[in-house]
Design a protein around this ligand. Sequence first.
Ligand code: FES
Length: 353
Amino acid sequence: MSTTHGHGSQDGDAHGDTAGSDVVLREGEVAPDKFENPGFGPHRPRRADVDTAANKRAERQVVALFAVSILGTIGFVVAYFALPLDETVASMRASNLALGLGLAFALLGIGLAAVHWAKSLMNDHEKAEDRHAQRSTDETRAQAVAILEEGAQDSAIGRRGVLKGVLVSSLALFPLTIALPLIGEIGEDWNVSKFKRTMWAKGKRLAIDPTGRHIKAADVTIGSVVHVIPDKLDETDAPLDEKAKAVVLLVRLDPRDLKSEQGEGWSYDGIVAFSKICTHVGCPVALYEQQTHHLLCPCHQSTFDVADSAKVVFGPAKRPLPQLPITVDDEGYLVAQGDFAEPVGPSFWERLR
Ligand code: FES
């Protein structure tokens, strides 16, 4: 027990408030490590302790909760195979919803079953634990092991065959919810080279995200930031994949502020374009500080200097944001000079393979 009441009177004498405690602290005294056990109130047995039918009912409820977990995992697996992603937002929503619900029921079932089992079926001992020094004594450690062993005995897993079966089944099945998506990513779809190229190409117009409106260089004012996608993104087979790789941030600086760029002539009259995918672990870099020309990634605060080839000035990212070479076409619209010179996104070790 660890409750102490103590406060000083106005004349400087420190008297403890003894209500509910035998401890009185006088001036100069320190609180002892241990207080008397204030005792327990009268023990009230649970229904399941005194009523065999209630005990059986509680056991059935625990079984049902584990069964919910098993069904949740099965639902997850079925949804994983039955709802393939076909690059549309609707299919992603349906898949995420079904997988999320399956995962939720799989975890919730195990959690609720464990709590209900412990609260209604395991033995109802009341115990007091003294507060002690940070490191437990060897004796306490031995006690902890004994308590764990006692808990294992309390669960009566040996006697409750059905419970044992559903417990083992739900715990054994649950890892599928994590393993399946990971396994699904391995195989033919695990093609690192697909990250190397984006749909940017020579003459491809820059368009505003999400409207797709083309951008005239003359319309971009100094200090402004535009979120950019390649023109005709919707016409590709996998628009979301292509967008995820090709999305760009366009910034216009005063040309006198531009210290360097990643290639000769890659900017146009102070307008620079960089991949929006953070080179740390791929969050969208989106916060622009106009005065310092710094781009900030909100995930782990990597900061890139737009005026100096998007070099990293702070944070865990290890390389600059790749620059998209741009120019204007005959009508004054901004166009790409070609694709990025290096893979966009995180600096995963395979990227230069
Ligand atoms: Fe950008 Fe980590 S993803 S700093």
